[in-house]
Design a protein around this ligand. Sequence first.
Ligand SMILES: [Ca+2]
Ligand SMILES: [Ca+2]
Ligand SMILES: [Ca+2]
Length: 263
Amino acid sequence: MKKSILLLLLFGLCFQVAKSETEPNDSAAQANLIALNGSQSGDIIGADIHDWFLLNVPEGGILTLTVVKTGTGNARLYLKDAETAGFPEITNLYLGFGDSPPTGWTTTYPVLPGNYYLHFERYDSPVNYTLTPTLSLSNYPQDVEPNNTSAQAQTMPVNGSVSGTLRYYGAGEGADMEDWYKMTIPQAGILHLTVHKKGYANTYIRFLDGESWPACPKSAISMLAMAIRPPKAGTGAIPCWLASTISRYRTASTTSTTSWMPR
Ligand SMILES: [Ca+2]
Ligand SMILES: [Ca+2]
Ligand SMILES: [Ca+2]
């Protein structure tokens, strides 16, 4: 009996009680700090319209924002880039009239390390909320950013591998659209490139002549599409599709001196 009481007490201590907001937090400059995996409670009632929180994301992953809401009013939660002037919106979650389900409403977004604002804006009062941000790490280790141009290319070892993510949002950088690597081949041979990819996005890996690029941008000597599935119905335009996709990759290279003849 004593043991079960002790276990219950331990469970109670481990269970995280939501931390209450500190007013005023009505602007980015007044934002409360919020931690990953920590629950933050607050309300936006009467003259209170805006609540701001600042979140530091230490490593790249899929950010999930969960909001449990009560109250008859409605509001919206914005995820914003805290490292870009004007704090542009990355995504948002509408919080409708009435109570959310007990498990709350959620939105997810792939993000790189950096600082992000979580900004509630109230429409109708009252709104009470508990906000919990969590992060799921990506399947493969992140690449070192910025590596978005040939001049920023990271080293890709011969007979080694690199891994990373694309299309994640980086605070102060925007969406990560390109990753560049440079490989120095010490002797002639047959190069094999193997790509492992996860995620429903598509992308290309282009294999370029590193001694002609960028003077001769059409010097691409091969291109490998990494499409996993076709676009969803109704989003046929490629830019639209790309705007809603993410992907993760791991690329390995091997060289061989076995004979090979081009067809
Ligand atoms: Ca408030
Ligand atoms: Ca990347
Ligand atoms: Ca990049």
